[in-house]
Design a protein around this ligand. Structure first.
Ligand code: SF4
Length: 232
């Protein structure tokens, strides 16, 4: 974690594009963006492509995504001519999950839901991050109280790598402004009240003024994270 203070100091006085280059230079061949194809990740993908930042971009296909998300993946690859690596869950793990918990067993208990997220998201993420030293995310502070406590650069003890949140202090309005200014492709569900978009059966649109993550696992009282970011 010897670079933590340096990265945060650099982030405080430079643009996001400059920060992305700085991190790519610091960890040549070992920095990557995990994209869920949400609007924040689309902004980062656009910056990476536009500024030719040498970092890998990958996404996780859980097998339960919205049609609109697949459409956006296709559109994004075509637009930027940048390969977005797609990681899938282990087939045997999914088969066992469905056999023992049911195809929609995640509605039955928090434990089932966490098992599904572990198999469809967390395990593929672990594979995708193998060899990475810096993990770039589209997390913003105002997405939830937990996220508000984060820093632009953090040390992920669990994964033993640097976690970079370059848009941490951006508002949703700033994200949308960037998207419209640079004509960045975005998920058409955002225009239908979906703010945070994950798997289709676990995401719904929210009303104006609702918590941005209220549309995720809405049937649970307090769990609004899937374990990808280690926030419980
Ligand atoms: S969000 Fe829902 S469908 Fe997707 S991995 Fe988690 S529990 Fe499974």
């Amino acid at each position: 974690m010897k670079y933590l203070n340096d990265i945060n100091a650099y982030a405080a006085t430079h643009t996001v594009e400059e920060l992305l280059h700085y991190v790519a230079d610091l960890f040549p061949g070992a920095a990557c963006l995990s994209s869920s194809l949400g609007q924040e990740d689309q902004v980062l993908t656009d910056m990476i492509a536009r500024s030719q930042v040498p970092v890998r971009i990958f996404t996780l296909d859980t097998g339960r995504l919205f049609y609109e998300t697949y459409e956006l993946l296709d559109k994004t690859q075509a637009r930027y001519k940048t390969p977005i690596e797609v990681y899938y869950p282990d087939a045997l793990e999914v088969e066992d999950l469905v056999r023992t918990k049911g195809i929609n067993g995640f509605y039955d208990s928090v434990e089932n839901r966490k098992s599904c997220c572990a198999i469809r998201k967390v395990h593929p993420l672990t594979r995708a991050l193998e060899g990475a030293r810096a993990w770039i995310t589209g997390i913003r502070a105002d997405q939830s109280a937990n996220r508000g406590l984060m820093e632009v650069a953090e040390w992920d003890t669990d994964k033993q790598l640097y976690k970079l949140n370059p848009l941490l202090h951006w508002s949703l309005d700033e994200v949308n402004h960037y998207i419209h200014t640079y004509h960045v492709p975005y998920n058409s569900l955002h225009d239908k009240g979906f703010i945070s978009i994950g798997c289709a059966p676990c995401t719904r649109a929210i009303e104006p003024g609702e918590d941005p993550r209220a549309g995720r696992w809405w049937w649970e009282s307090s769990h609004k994270e899937c374990g990808l970011h280690g926030i419980k």
